[in-house]
Design a binder for this molecule. Structure first.
Ligand code: ADP
Length: 474
């Protein structure tokens, strides 16, 4: 059994099987579910470790993060395979995500050495001012299942880089990648208590973290409903928090778009990673002169997409993550038909293996008022919405409660520029999929998608440090 890491010790717990969604007969391993008391012990250990870690030498932190980066990158095939096996994204996607996690640790190893402040003159003569950044304290990290290694990496790396101690709770469905990552960091030389792993149920372990008076900050990625709970519990305790939640990301296709580029962008961002990305395009907003050609070409791709075992090299789209998510996807597919949209694909393929397979589903003739166009489905389901012109496309793109990523396919500089300025989203993509972002620049959204400072890149310091302004009479 793989245990939880509490105060530098691997601790056993109720063994929970980690099941492969491509073949439910395959158990990836058994992982210890933590109790609420384990979570409290982990928080106490992180609290005890904070004073020393927050004052640790820069070279110590740099070396640990660097070593972790090196090991992640050296083991990318094996870790990518584990990820694909437990989550269901394809092997290529799993390896790609693992490489990204290595790059994130490499980036933050460098950031350890680059944290700077400011010195300013006071408005009062003879006084000097220093603005510095300090670690926040004990940080709780709660992560979802769809990026089992990249999201933990982009929270753990900056948390440790800036001198915080960590209690990390991964999603129940993907403990394998989380355990492997924590094992790497532990062996890289982190002092006891600096990084604690508590696997298990959100309602038990996650809730114990929300209820703790000793977490100074909480970074969460997951559903809107849980995000609200994190927010309310954090406000009550005057705790700093950061939320990354859903999306209903639009991709606009204008008449002047390069058709091949638009179809590739749509296919990638709506259906790759089985559509299970918060940056996925689930609304394809298409102007009328290109509409039919776009729908025809994309439908062909949808119907010929190779759905199969995540570890099979020929697979383009792996299974849905679990039975509950599959049921939700199928419910939305039924709903879209009831709402009057025409369905292309969206059936369950007949594969030999017991897995949660689903063909990509493209709804044509959808309307932005339909529930399939308003609610996040989090599966390989996208709706095509036909519009008259660019102005209507922009209005429809922004007509959503979310605002994570927004894309446009066009060859018009004028429209691309206008869209970049007016899309109500944290990230804008021109002739690129809405999903697929770099690791060294800010990630995050607006409106109902996100709350708090951006993640990743140098902007991560906004959340993982707190600013101090010191005045000195010389
Ligand atoms: P999803 O529906 O995508 O699984 P969730 O928001 O339920 O999204 O899950 C995201 C993370 O939040 C997971 O690690 C999950 O275990 C955790 N979580 C779920 N419920 C709670 C809760 N009540 N308190 C704290 N964390 C929770």
């Amino acid at each position: 059994m793989h245990g939880n890491l509490i105060d530098g010790e691997w601790v056993e717990g109720d063994a929970t099987p980690n099941v492969n969604p491509s073949d439910t007969r395959d158990v990836v391993g058994h992982y210890a579910s933590a109790s609420a008391a384990d979570a409290e012990r982990a928080i106490a250990a992180a609290k005890a470790a904070f004073p020393a870690w927050s004052r640790s030498g820069l070279l110590e932190r740099h070396a640990i993060l660097r070593k972790a980066a090196d090991e992640i990158l050296a083991r990318k095939e094996e870790l990518g395979r584990l990820l694909a096996r437990e989550e269901g994204k394809t092997l290529a996607e799993g390896i790609g995500e693992t490489v990204r996690a290595g790059q994130i640790f490499d980036f933050f190893a460098g950031e350890v050495l680059r944290l700077s402040g400011e010195t300013l003159a006071s408005v009062r003569p003879g006084i000097g001012i220093e603005v510095t950044r300090e670690p926040v304290g004990v940080v709780g990290l709660i992560t979802p299942w769809n990026f089992p290694v990249a999201i933990p990496a982009w929270k753990i790396a900056p948390a440790l880089c800036y001198g915080n101690t960590v209690v990390f709770k991964p999603a129940e469905l993907v403990p394998g990648s989380a355990w492997a990552l924590v094992d790497i960091l532990h062996r890289a030389g982190l002092p006891r208590g600096v990084l604690n792993l508590v696997m298990g149920k959100g309602s038990v372990v996650g809730q114990a973290m929300l209820d703790s008076p000793d977490l100074d900050a909480l970074s969460f990625t997951g559903s809107v409903g849980t995000g609200r709970r994190v927010a309310l519990a954090s406000i009550e305790r005057n705790r700093k928090f950061q939320l990354e939640m859903g999306g209903k990301n639009p991709m606009v296709v204008l008449d002047d778009a390069d058709l091949d580029v638009a179809v590739e962008c749509a296919m990638n961002s709506a259906f790759y990673s089985t559509g299970q990305r918060c940056t996925a395009s689930s609304r394809l907003i298409v102007t009328q002169a290109i509409h039919d050609r776009f729908v025809e070409a994309l439908s062909e791709r949808v119907l010929s997409a190779k759905v199969g075992d995540a570890l099979d090299p020929g697979t383009q789209i792996g299974p849905v993550v679990d039975e509950r998510q599959l049921a939700q996807d199928l419910d939305y597919i039924a709903l879209g038909r009831e709402e009057g949209a025409d369905l292309v694909g969206g059936t369950r393929p007949n594969l030999e293996k017991p897995g949660f397979y689903l063909r990509p589903a493209l709804f044509v003739g959808a309307d932005n008022g339909m529930r399939i166009a308003r609610e996040e489905i989090f599966g390989p389901v996208a709706a095509v919405i036909r519009v008259k012109n660019y102005e209507e496309a922009l209005a429809v793109a922004n007509d959503t409660e979310f605002g994570l990523s927004s894309g446009i396919c066009t060859t018009s500089l004028k429209h691309a520029t206008h869209f970049k300025r007016n899309a109500q989203a944290g990230m804008v993509m021109v002739n690129l999929p809405t999903a697929g972002v770099d690791f060294h620049v800010p990630f995050g959204g607006r409106k109902g998608s996100s709350f708090g400072p951006r993640e990743q890149g140098r902007y991560a310091a906004e959340f993982f440090t707190t600013v101090k302004t010191a005045y000195t009479l010389a």
